[in-house]
Every structure is written in C-alpha cells, then in structure tokens.
Design a protein around this ligand. Structure first.
Ligand code: MOS
Length: 737
C-alpha cells in the first residue's frame, strides 16, 4: 500500500469541537433534554461504618412532587451478576440499597425522586436516617495492612538486595508519604437513565461507554445489548469516570421504579465520597550505591489505602524495576483496607507515587555524592529492561535531559543548596525523570465515504479533554486523503465499534491505529474501484502507485492523471463506500520490546525564607513520547499536567476526620487546586521521532507521562532552594518553617 502524504497529522489544529464547547452547545451528560425527566437526589450516610437502624421517609414522601423515596427497605433485589469484563477490583462492589450496612462516610443510603430538582433536594434533606455507628478506621498510617500480598501485588525480587545494601558504599533509607488526592473534574458526575421496555439508555459521564454498558447490564441482569450508553462530551475526569460508580445504578434503578426517565447529578460534595481518588501512600525506599553513583540496590516497600470491600490495584512497581540499571531490587506492596470508598486511577496512576519516591531519592543521593542529579541518572541508564531482558522499543531519556538542560540553562546552576537568593526569596532548581508504559488495547472503527466527498468515521471511544475528536479527525483525514473539514469523527456511543476506556494513555495508540486501518481500507477500496474501472483515468495503474490528496486520487508523482472520489462514486452510481477496521496489540507472550514514554522534568521555585511559601517560577518538560499527532493538543496535555503536578506537589490534600471518616474539605473552596496566579511560564518540548514498534501510528501515549515526575522536580527544587528535604506531599509552608 502506498504511503499517504501526511498533511493533517502534525499540524497544530485547533479543536474541531472547540466552537461547540465555548458556545455551550456541547452536550455533557446532564445537558441532554429528555422528555418527562424526573430528578433524583442521593441521601448520603452520615457515619463512616455501621448499620442503618431506621429510615423515616414520611416527611419526604409528603412533599408535593415527590415520586418515590428508595431505600434498602423498599428497593428490589438487583442481579449484580458477575461481570469479568468490567475490569473490577477483587472483592465485591458496593451494591446499592441491598442491605443496611454502611461501609464508608457518604455512602448512598437513599434516593429521592421528584418532578423537580428543587423538590428532590428539599425532600432529601427531610429523610431521617438513624444508625448504629461503629468506630471507623480511615488512617493509613495507623491501620494494619491486609495479611499476605494481594494476587495483583506479589513481591518482586532480582539479585540479592539485602546483601547488596549491606555492602554498599552509600545506603539511604527514606520514607515518603503522599496525601490522598481527588480528581476534581469541572463537570460533576451525572447520569440520565431512560427505560424503553426492557431496554435502557444512559446518558452518562464516563471514560468507558463499553465498561458502563456491561456493568449496568450485570447489575440489572439484562443482556448487554439492551443497554446503550451515550457520552459524547466529558468535562474532565482524570480517571474518575473509568468505572460505573454506584450512582449510575441508582439512576437506572430510580428510573425503573418511577416509570420515567431520571436525571441524577452528584453534588460537588458528593464528588469527594463516591467517585474515587488517588489513594494515600507510604513508600519506604532504601537504596544502595557506589561512591561513583552506580546504584547497587533498591528496596521498595509500599503501602496504600483501599476499601474493605474491594482491593484497588494500580501499576506502582514498573518504575522500580525498569527505570534505572539496578542489579538488585526487591519490592513489597501492602494494601491497607479501611472504612473508605474504593480509590480509582488518577492521572499517572501508581507511577506518579512511585516516581515521587524514586526521583526524590535520586536527588538525595546526588546531593550526598556531590554528583549532578542529571549526571547521576545518566550513570544509571540501563541498556535493556532489567525486569524482563527485553530491549527498549525506543528510549531517549538521555536526549530528553540533554535537550532540557540546554533549554533550561541547567549548567548555570550553583549545585549548593540555599545558595541563590532574590530578595526574600530563596531560589532553587530541580529535575526528575518521568516515565510511563505504552498501554494499548483492542479497538475497532467504522468509516463511510459519501458521494459528496465527505466522510464520517466512528469508534466507541471518548474525549474527556484529550482532544480525541480532533486527533482522530487528523489521522482519518490523512489516511483518506481528505481535507480535515470534510471528515467528521464520532465517539461516545456504546453502539459504535468497540474501543477501550479512555485511560492509561492508550487512546491514540489503540483507537488511532484502528482509525488508520479503517481509513486505509476504505481508501484502498476506492483505489481498487478506480484502477479496475475502464472509464477511470486511473484504469490499469498499479494500486500501489495511487495516492489520494484533497479528495482526489492520482498517480504518485503525476497529479494530472486522476479523478476525485466524487467523480468515481458518481460514475459508479454509488451513494457511499464503507469499511471497518481494527487494531489489536500483540499478545503479551509475543511482546519483544519494552515500551515506555520518557520525560525530563525541570522546575524552578522560589521559597519565601521567612514564610515558607513556595512559588513555582518556571517549568520545562522534554518528552520522548513517539510521534506527536497534534502539537496543540499535546501542549494542552503537557501544560495541564504540569498544572496538576503543581497541585499535587504543593496544594492538593484530601483531609479526612478520622473520628468518623468524614472528608473535611469536600468542596473546591477548601480542597486547594492551582489557580492562574499559581501558574508561571510552562514549556513543553517533544523530541522528533516515532515508535512504530509500539503501534502502527508510532505514538507512545502522552496523557499520563506528562504528569509523572512533575511533583518530584518541584520537591527537588524546593530542597535546592532551602536545603530542607520534604518527603511528604503536598509540601506546605509549615513543613518549611
Ligand atoms: Mo487516566 S488516570 O488513565 O484517566
């Protein structure tokens, strides 16, 4: 097949859906205007653990407009069929209104359905719940870990780390702690549910329409194909919408009970109790090194929180195994079951916490050995993935640091901590490595080329901010040889060809490759039609010698011999051509390469010497992320992640009152996130190049990679500015006084 000219891919296109978004015409879950919709408001538990002894719903039911109050006393038994396809965590998910148990503060204990939102809100306040409360445990540092390792967190070892530590020139034993963080997307989670007989339609905020479809079908015990999930726009999620949370089942149950469509929008406060969070970690890292800075051993002991009913897992071990050339490694992961709701992956899941520990420790080692922190990393650059012996598909971390050091002016740095001042401000710079796996999943797509020379391409993927509408349009436009404005990409509907959830940065590699495959097939159909058609100017040309550009098929290198799609279809009396294509990663057993994206993160901070206030002054990220499909979208990923990383480093902290498990700062006034005034000049640079071993379009994924290492770079800069090492996130003013 001849290679198509690439015109749209690589161009700094503005979002094709940008106008819809800024004019308010993009339809988010709760925006859909469904005839006869009733409103549901969830009543949340006011204890952290125990039993419901009584629920008095009479006052609520007496309100005019209240259609029904559903509690565990009157709710029907739901099927909660096993659903292996859901990617669920080991354990048993929360079953809504199926018994009197309260397992965490803020658990849904009732739902009020009314004709208006205001009546439902008021009536929800009137529901009286009595409890038999027990003492809840919500503090990671004071609760016992689950006995024995979880099946997904088996210990790892290579070499003999204990022995190597005992004989190391330098040994450091460090304990890091990271706070629980909440995703806090702008759009709150919301679901509209409508039953038509035994068929259910959900307009839902989700990063995984297929996941929600199978999960809700399992909850109600109905065939998967009876559920359709629509999610054309998502107002941010950062991972929180990667599973169907209990409120989705509540909305569907309420709609079935009242015989009307029901809309359920979580309040901002409820967003802190039932839709996941980045779990708190305690991460003990012991490392051994030679005097010359060659790592000899690393021992990782991690502990993180999960709920009592599910064992949350995330990828927190990879970095410790493959990032540096450490001959002796051991890893132990403990999970601590608490009276909390189950966590869920948040941007850079697992890797982010591990990177904070590893990259802070590298900085401590560099300081102790008096070696430049970049140089220390270069001295420990591996030649292969030591966890499996595979070569790296591409690994250009060294180049990221070299390019970054030049761009950032790293060599102007005085390595001595607390050596640079600007008035009352102590200045410091820091670096850290970022790294994330190239996840990929099976994806399918469909494309249709119409007689008017326009095309519609679709896949059941998502756009929770990544810019999928735009990037897929670019890939499709080049593969079809059409101008971007002639291509429409559709997503967010479980009835479309299946795609993975939009998580783990796998969308571009997976869906992008499926879109390219689909559009290649469609273009080839048109080319075959032309070269076999005696009336075509391309008759008899070898298919491989035909390319398509601007909707016109022509001989490669001879633009005058050809015809347009429109001419070709019209002459053949065709209304359209269509094709279906797919992408599937090679099975694990056949994976011959270790595939990761890499980043070098640089930060400069100023710390008020008297007040301990930390201000980030500038940041630079240099990325080895493979091919960049859309530079403008890439910047919005990278810069957005630096903003998020500044939050993680300095501000974000979900505070729990351990007396009853209540989250104290469950609103955006008290849960601190960076605002414009916190954000300085941020710059992202991408190394040219592609990784065709990773996938057919050469990308390595960007959304998580750009988040990992940001907080460590800032923490290391804080040390350089002040000489104070803070091993706990967020780094607050108190810690620096
Ligand atoms: Mo991302 S945490 O995989 O949405």
């Amino acid at each position: 097949m001849s290679r198509q000219p690439q015109a749209a891919v690589g161009a700094p296109l503005s979002r094709v859906d940008g106008r819809l978004k800024v004019t308010g015409r993009a339809m988010y879950a709760a925006d859909h205007d469904i005839d006869g919709v009733a409103h549901a408001v969830v009543v949340s538990s006011a204890i952290g653990r125990g039993r419901i002894t009584a629920i008095d719903t009479r006052a609520a039911e007496a309100q005019r407009g209240v259609l029904k109050v559903i509690t565990h006393r009157n709710a029907p038994k739901l099927a909660y069929r096993d659903n292996p396809a859901s990617g669920r965590f080991p354990g048993r998910q929360l079953r809504v209104f199926q018994d009197d148990a309260v397992q965490f503060f803020g658990q849904p204990v009732a739902v009020v359905v009314a004709t208006t939102l205001e009546v439902a809100q008021h009536a929800a306040d009137l529901v009286e719940v009595s409890y038999d409360a027990e003492r809840s445990a919500t503090d990671l540092t004071r609760s016992p870990a689950q006995a024995g390792p979880a099946p997904f967190a088996l210990p790892y070892a290579r070499g003999d780390a204990e022995q190597a530590l005992a004989s190391a020139d330098v040994r450091k034993e460090l304990t890091f702690r990271t706070a629980r963080n909440h995703h806090n997307p702008m759009e709150t989670h919301a679901t509209i549910a409508r039953w038509d007989g035994d068929r259910l339609t959900l307009w839902d905020k989700t990063q995984w329409v297929i996941g929600t479809q199978t999960e809700v079908a399992a909850v109600f015990g109905i065939p998967t194909e009876n559920v359709r999930v629509l999610s054309p726009f998502v107002g941010g999620a950062f991972g929180s919408a990667l599973r169907a949370w209990p409120h989705v089942a509540v909305a569907a149950l309420a709609a079935r009970e009242v015989g009307r469509p029901v809309k359920l929008v979580l309040t901002r406060r409820q967003m802190y109790f039932t839709v996941g969070y980045r779990p708190a970690y305690e991460y003990k890292l012991t490392l051994g090194s030679t005097r010359r800075g060659r790592l000899t051993a690393m021992v990782h002991e991690m502990k993180y929180e999960t709920s009592r009913y599910e064992q949350f897992w995330e990828a927190n071990k990879a970095l410790g195994q493959m990032l540096y050339a450490v001959p002796n490694v051991s890893q132990n992961v403990q999970i601590v079951p608490l009276d909390v709701s189950t966590p869920l992956w948040m941007r850079g899941p697992g890797y982010s916490n591990a990177a904070f520990a590893i990259e802070s420790a590298m900085d401590e080692l560099a300081h102790e050995l008096d070696i430049d922190p970049i140089e220390l990393r270069l001295r420990n650059e591996p030649h292969e993935d030591l966890s499996n012996g595979h070569p790296f598909s591409t690994r250009r971390l060294t180049e990221c640091f070299r390019v970054g050091a030049r761009e950032f002016g790293w060599n102007r740095r005085n390595p001595r901590p607390r050596s640079t001042r600007d008035g009352d401000w102590l200045l410091g710079t820091g670096v850290a490595t970022g790294c994330y796996d190239v996840f990929r999943g099976r994806a399918e797509a469909h494309a249709r080329l119409d007689a008017d020379g326009t095309a519609v391409v679709q896949s059941a993927t998502h756009d929770h901010g990544a810019g999928t509408y735009t990037s897929m349009t670019q890939v499709a436009a080049d593969a079809l040889g059409l101008a971007v404005r002639r291509v429409t990409f559709r997503l967010g509907d479980s009835a479309m060809p299946p795609a993975p959830g939009q998580g783990a940065s796998q969308t571009m590699a997976s869906v992008g490759s499926a879109v390219q495959d689909t559009c290649d097939k469609l273009r080839q159909q048109a080319v075959t039609l032309a070269v076999e058609d005696e009336r075509s100017p391309l008759h008899g040309v070898a298919p491989d010698d035909v390319v398509v550009r601007g909707g016109r098929l022509h001989v490669k290198g001879n633009t005058s011999r050809g015809e347009t799609y429109r001419q070709l279809l019209a002459r053949n009396d065709l209304t359209h051509l269509e094709a279906r294509g797919s992408y599937a990663p090679e099975p694990e057993a056949q994976r011959r390469y270790s595939m990761y994206g890499y980043a070098a993160m640089f930060a400069e901070v100023a710390v008020d010497a008297e007040l301990g206030l930390v201000r980030v002054r500038r940041m630079l990220g240099v990325y080895d992320a493979g091919r960049i499909i859309s530079p403008k979208l890439a910047d919005s990923q990278a810069i957005g992640a630096m903003v998020g990383g500044i939050g993680q480093a300095l501000l974000e902290h979900t505070v729990t009152d351990h007396r009853d498990g209540r989250i104290v700062n469950a609103d955006l006034a008290d849960y601190l996130v960076p605002v414009n005034a916190d954000i300085p000049a941020l710059k992202a640079v991408y190394l040219d190049g592609e990784d065709y071993r990773a996938d057919p379009i050469g990308v390595k994924g960007l959304g998580e990679l750009v988040q990992i290492g940001v907080a460590s770079a800032i923490a290391n800069a804080v040390f350089h500015a002040t000489g104070r090492r803070v091993r706990e996130l967020p780094i607050t003013a108190e810690a620096l006084l």
